[in-house]
Design a protein around this ligand. Structure first.
Ligand SMILES: NC(=O)N[C@@H](CC(=O)O)C(=O)O
Ligand SMILES: [Zn+2]
Ligand SMILES: [Zn+2]
Length: 352
């Protein structure tokens, strides 16, 4: 079978995105809103989006920053802290302000200093979430500095996630930005329950850890969880292209300015929003699985989140597209996209 030159998909959603705030929000939002109908918006602002009122205000700022005429729905998340009030969280969910709540183990990643210091402390919050069917989104890495950075996800699965699912047998969980074969295997083992999902980024489908050090240190490929060995990338490609229900698209596009990336202690995050669908299309084509892209990008996520699938369609064409060199944020500040300046095989051609 020859691969198609044109793909028509139900309009995809991005189930893990960092939109930031202020000038950065204004600069990056148009990219996500152009391709995706909805996005799960991460709450790791400074200060974090923790209470319902914070999310209402942040959602208003996102909607105000949308280019005219764009149809895009931000789905808000609550940043869990040791002090999260279960009543406020449940109210936010009931009112449709919050779609989910995000667990950052304290200090696991960018802007996670206010995260949860010990998951036992939020047991009442998790019980409430299980009762009301509110999904828990997890950055799944342990924070113990003694655990090797490449093992932090696998250790989290064994020591935290497994026991957590046993303690809360009806809690619905998304394992965010899965990067290991262990995560894929764990999610598959629990798939039949329908209560676990996993997002997979485009960059983790395209790079392994060696790429971060190819010819020198490449700070723009540094993200958390860090890319792993090739065998893990292969497991992620296999999961994403399987079409299986628990695996869905979440770019984890995480913009930081060039100055914040190219420095002695650079921030973690890859900015992939400039051409997210083109990047996923490359990975799926490489695997001979373009026919499964729609399941991964447009069907499995809504099914997990119990939201309608999109009626709108978008088109991808096999026509070279060039990734922008830089995206300007404000005078003197810019973000460097993943695959900056490189040519990709596919182009996003807009609505069908
Ligand atoms: N993925 C990243 O490397 N960074 C994210 C945080 C996160 O998703 O862990 C960010 O907010 O910059
Ligand atoms: Zn994360
Ligand atoms: Zn993220």
């Amino acid at each position: 079978m020859t691969a198609p030159d044109r793909l028509v998909l139900r309009r995809p959603d991005d189930w893990h995105v960092h939109l930031r705030d202020g000038a950065m929000l204004k600069a990056v939002l148009p990219f996500t809103a152009r391709q995706f109908g909805r996005a799960i918006v991460m709450p790791n602002l400074k200060p974090p989006v923790a209470a319902t009122a914070d999310a209402v205000a942040y959602r208003d700022r996102i909607l105000a920053a949308l280019p005219d005429g764009t149809s895009f729905t931000p789905l808000m998340t609550a940043y869990l802290t040791d002090g999260t009030d279960p009543a406020d969280l449940a109210r936010g969910f009931a009112e449709g302000v919050f779609t989910a709540a995000k667990l950052y183990p304290a200090n696991a990643t960018t802007n996670s200093a206010h995260g949860v210091t010990d998951i036992a402390r939020i047991a009442p919050v998790l019980e409430r979430m299980a009762e009301i069917g509110m999904p828990l989104l997890i950055h799944g890495e342990v924070t113990d500095g003694a655990v090797d950075i490449f093992d932090r996800e696998a250790v989290f699965i064994d020591t935290i996630l497994g026991p957590l699912l046993e303690r809360h047998p009806t809690l619905r969980v998304v394992f965010e930005h899965a990067t290991t074969a262990e995560a894929v295997a764990f999610v598959k083992t629990h798939a039949a329950s329908g209560r676990i999902g996993a997002t997979i980024t485009a960059h983790h489908l395209l790079i392994n850890r060696s790429h971060i050090f190819q010819g020198g240190i490449r700070p723009h490929l540094y993200c958390l969880p860090i890319a792993k060995r090739e065998k893990h990338r292969v497991a992620l490609v296999e999961a994403a292209t399987s079409g299986e229900g628990p695996f869905f698209l979440g770019t984890d596009t995480a913009p930081h300015t060039v100055a914040a990336k190219e420095t002695a202690c650079g921030c973690a995050g890859c900015f992939t929003a400039a051409n997210a669908l083109e990047l996923y299309a490359e990975a799926f084509e490489e695997a001979g699985a373009l026919d499964r892209l729609e399941a991964f990008a447009s069907l499995n996520g809504p099914r997990f989140y119990r939201l309608p699938v999109a009626e709108e369609r978008v088109v991808l064409e096999r026509r070279p597209s060039v990734t922008p060199d830089l995206v300007l944020v404000s005078e003197g500040d810019a973000v460097l996209p993943f695959r900056s300046g490189e040519t990709l095989r596919w182009s996003f051609a807009g609505p069908a």
